[in-house]
Design a protein around this ligand. Structure first.
Ligand SMILES: Cc1ncc(COP(=O)(O)O)c(C=O)c1O
Length: 435
């Protein structure tokens, strides 16, 4: 059979889909411009087959951190197929909506009500609306990434570099009403001074990721918690990425600091669209006084996937296992780097190690790493997401392959040469992709 020209296919897709797809983080340019396989035919466990049937192990994103239980899990599939056969949409409501809400409240005993949406950014927008309705104040303090909506991007209206400090350099605000410019203010993670500088009684909502690439300073988190209470602001933890990876529930449970609202997405449905806004009753009930409503938020598969995912995560204790795998991988990669005298850093959640080359050409080195790992059957990048499908043997094979690439990188570095790329250097910002 003739091979499909995947790059040609991608350039054709770009002619009718702006950017070629819907998620910037999944674009080829973020990994290996001009060479990334881009389209998949099948995904199972931690394996992916591209349209030419090439097989890769995913040591990259596992569906942008969503598939903690591996791709296309049989037990979850079984429940979903059953739900589809019995009708995934009807005039009446899905009973599983109630079941999933009860489960989330049980996991988070400080909470008592839940709303559901389908994507993460959408869930953040709902949480913000509810929090504003409750506090009666428009102004929001932000720390982290919370999706694409106007309320969030408005942060860059007053100062186009505000989001740079939230690890999102180059986000543009074209299309966002300028009148929103005074509604949002940023603060930096683990930085009490930057928080105290922007906080005042006009702030009605504080939204933040309680952890992303660094562990929180618990004094800082406690300070944010107590300040929110003092100024009568709603504290929202956005756990769309951190939730259900290192522990069963929000990572805030590990830290012993509870928000007023927590948001989950991604891992909650193991890749199926479901996200949740979980919060305190007096606050969540304000959603009845404003208008928040959508047809597809009632669709059954998301709820069924959520329940099946939570059940299986609990049954196999997946978080502990993934933490152990992540820490093992971290230790091995540091050893390999030391062996070849390469400076690296690895941060992130324990089950999501984030690898970085500490070098002036770090993006070029990462692109080379991706390029060479792809040749031997791995989707490899900076963010390495562990799942129940990553067996010890697969992880060891990956480390062996990484050892070879590190060896090659060290030769170039020590002879002061650039690592050779077949295409361009990967992008490390959204900027160049949106232009
Ligand atoms: C913390 C956080 N909030 C919000 C979002 C947006 O979620 P989605 O891409 O599902 O809209 C993400 C996505 O990466 C995220 O990590």
């Amino acid at each position: 059979m003739n091979k499909i020209n995947l790059q040609k296919l991608l350039s054709n897709a770009k002619k009718i889909i702006p950017g070629g797809n819907q998620l910037i983080s999944k674009r080829s340019e973020m990994f290996l411009p001009g060479l990334w396989p881009n389209f998949y035919k099948k995904a199972k466990g931690c394996s992916i087959w591209d349209l030419n049937n090439n097989h890769y192990y995913d040591f990259c994103g596992m569906g942008v951190t969503s598939c903690v239980l591996g791709y296309s899990d049989n037990e979850i599939n079984q429940q979903i197929v059953k739900a589809i056969k019995n009708g995934s949409m009807s005039t009446l409501n899905s009973y599983e909506e109630y079941e999933l809400a009860k489960k989330l409240i049980n996991i988070h005993p400080w909470s008592s009500m839940v709303k559901f949406t389908r994507s993460g950014g959408e869930a953040c927008s709902v949480a913000i609306r509810i929090a504003r309705a409750y506090s009666g104040k428009d102004k929001i303090a932000i720390c982290g990434y919370h999706g694409w909506h106007d309320w969030y991007l408005s942060l860059n209206l007053k100062n186009k570099n505000n989001l740079d400090k939230q690890l999102l350099p180059g986000l543009k605000t074209i299309g966002v009403p300028k009148s929103l410019s005074k509604t949002t203010v940023p603060f930096s993670f683990n930085d009490k001074k930057s928080f105290d500088k922007i906080i005042n009684k006009k702030i009605g909502v504080i939204i933040m990721e309680p952890m992303r690439d660094k562990l929180p300073d618990l004094d800082f988190l406690r300070h944010v918690r107590s300040t929110a209470k003092k100024i009568n602001a709603v504290l929202i933890f956005d756990e769309i990425t951190s939730g259900f990876h290192d522990n069963y529930g929000g990572i805030h449970l590990k830290f012993g600091i509870n928000p007023d609202i927590v948001i989950f997405g991604k891992a909650l449905g193991n890749g199926h669209p479901i996200s949740a806004i979980v919060g305190k009753k007096n606050i969540m009930n304000r959603s009845q006084d404003t208008f928040i409503s959508s047809t597809m938020w009632t669709e059954r598969v998301g709820f069924v996937a959520g329940i099946a995912t939570l059940n299986k995560m609990k049954k196999i204790n997946v978080q502990i296992k993934n933490i152990n795998k992540g820490n093992y991988l971290r230790m091995k990669l540091y050893k390999v780097a030391k062996k070849y005298n390469i400076n690296i850093s690895i941060c992130g959640l324990e089950s999501i190690p984030i690898l970085k080359f500490l070098h002036k050409d770090s993006d070029r080195l990462m692109t080379y790493y991706t390029q060479e790992m792809l040749k031997v059957g791995y989707l490899a990048g900076s963010q390495i997401v562990m799942s129940s499908s990553h067996t010890q043997s697969i992880i060891n094979q990956y480390i062996k392959a990484a050892d070879e690439v590190f060896k090659s990188i060290s030769k170039y570095i020590s002879s002061n040469k650039k690592v050779p790329l077949k295409g361009a250097v990967k992008h490390n910002t959204f900027k160049r992709l949106t232009t």
